[in-house]
Design a protein around this ligand. Structure first.
Ligand code: C2E
Ligand code: CA
Ligand code: CA
Ligand code: CA
Length: 279
């Protein structure tokens, strides 16, 4: 992208080649897109390295624009975060995932958990816990089946507040995952205080395992550290067998990546979950 400044706080984003869409237009389109149900959740399996069973799925947002097809989240999540649209969007995602967990429960194909990405901006809202409580009440979902994925950047706010919110969510029964671990402003000082269930090793460490001895050392260390702290580890972005074998050899718990499956739409996810039952 080229970003051109066009007055105070106004930016126009130009794609290098075609597809010139000013940010304001995109913001409006996203606003309308939310109203018109153009957003959809895809699901990527999270798989046990011990027995190759699907133990969860991560819900990933997709925007399917009638005129342009699928827009990847990296093109609209940052915009949604800048404009505050992430708040209604994030609420919608959590509600949708909760409803899906109830439906899959009724169909008998519920994987252990559905993981939902929570933006730091969403998490830092004063009424975040109330909103989540409301969603649970409305959907009748069991929080034990939901994992909230937060990133290290949630701790940019007050550490006490972060800890107390995480504690409340934990007491409600949610699972908590620390996403993109190792990329953020990570403070090992607080890591042992977070009531988390999963550490997710960022894809960047996994994709360079072949080429970087140093990343091999880092990944080994993260797994070892997580075990010491009693957290389970999920490796993301696993694309080939050698990565998977390495992760299994160091007793990483779970993996996620194109090797097993890309994110799938609801129907394809259901087919996969059904198949696992009859295996
Ligand atoms: P993330 O949470 O780190 O999600 C993992 C991303 O890695 C997903 O990209 C997924 O499709 C991709 N991925 C999974 N396996 C592989 C692999 O083997 N190779 C490669 N190259 N990529 C893989 P996606 O779906 O494009 O999402 C990008 C980011 O957008 C997410 O990163 C997350 O930060 C954000 N995002 C997606 N959905 C939501 C949402 O509902 N709410 C919020 N706040 N953020 C979301
Ligand atoms: Ca995630
Ligand atoms: Ca991640
Ligand atoms: Ca990531």
């Amino acid at each position: 992208y080229k970003v051109k400044e066009a007055g105070k706080n106004h930016y126009k984003i130009y794609h290098a080649e075609m597809d010139i869409e000013p940010q304001v237009t995109m913001e409006n389109a996203l606003r309308k897109g939310i109203e018109r149900n153009e957003l959809e959740l895809y699901y990527q399996p999270q798989v046990s390295l011990e027995n190759n069973k699907i133990v969860g799925v991560e819900a990933l947002l997709r925007w399917i624009r009638p005129d342009q097809g699928m827009v990847p989240p990296c093109e609209f999540i940052p915009l949604a975060e800048e404009t505050g649209l992430i708040l209604p969007l994030g609420e919608w995602v959590l509600k949708e995932a909760c409803l899906q967990s109830v439906k899959w429960g009724e169909q008998g194909i519920l994987p252990i958990r559905i993981a939902v990405n929570i933006s730091a901006i969403q998490f830092q809202q004063n009424n975040f816990i109330e909103k989540v409580t409301e969603t649970l009440f409305e959907t009748k979902a069991n929080p034990e089946n939901i994992e909230l994925e937060i990133t290290e950047s949630v701790a940019m706010g007050s550490i006490e507040e972060t800890l107390s919110k995480l504690q409340s969510l934990k007491e409600m029964g949610f699972h908590i995952a620390m996403d993109d671990f190792g990329t953020g402003y990570s403070s090992l000082q607080y890591l042992n205080q977070y009531p988390i269930d999963h550490l997710k090793i960022d894809r960047s460490f996994i994709s360079s395992l072949h080429t970087s001895e140093k990343n091999v050392a880092i990944v080994k260390l993260i797994v070892l550290m997580a075990k010491g702290l009693n957290y389970k580890v999920i490796a993301e972005g696993v694309e080939d067998d050698s990565q998977k074998l390495f992760l299994r050899s160091i007793e990483c718990d779970e993996y996620q990546g194109y090797l097993f499956s890309p994110p799938l739409n609801r129907l394809d996810t259901e087919v996969l979950l059904q198949k696992q039952l009859t295996k």
